[in-house]
Design a protein. Sequence first.
Length: 244
Amino acid sequence: MKTKLIHEVRAVKNKKELANIIKAQRISEKVLQHIVVKLKTGISEIEIANLIKKTFIKYGAPILSFPPIVAFGKNTAHIHHQPNKTKLKVGDNVMFDIGCTVNHYCSDMTRTYFWGRTNAKQKKIYLAVLEAQNRAMNLIKKGERRGKIIDKAARGFLNKKFGKKNFQHGLGHGVGTVIHEWPNFKPKSEDIIPAGCVMTVEPGLYFKGRGGVRIEDMILITKSGYKSLTNVAKDFKNAILPIR
């Protein structure tokens, strides 16, 4: 019981803590903006991951929340993919999961893009993940605070459309001085999400040998709903990157 109490106290952020998280997120957004225009056919995941680290240093945030996830093509089917020598090809899914720290407070964001063109399948999967995220957020907006009910809003929708095997992680987690903290959006979560807590909402679909899509935003839970802390476009049109 004592442990839970400490978790609950840590989960509710004061103004200073929230300001640090938001600052970390704004830096991550600048880094993402910088990186997206550096993509080119034939560049490798590891080259982009190294560039992400250098860009965070450039923007004054050398300590990352976690090693950046950069995945191209089939590698986007791996939830915690480690960047390797895989090269970018036209039509590939491109996944970035990045975050940094400001005064020990973390940020966390995922965006999935498509390099140059998409097919009907990619579009269907992307729009389903986006819809799942919207469903969960709409429930939070209406005042739902039970972790498992919020998780179910997204998971139930994706399971119905694509089967139960393809969304293999929790819908979201608390963010603070560690990247994963109490509470959680999970199928068996007993957590009640308090106002003042910063959460991720990150549904995903992953198809082995084909690729995946994850969209992750950070939100602040408020008494009357939520406030989005992520300012990066996620509509399908913006997810298709022009080949330069």
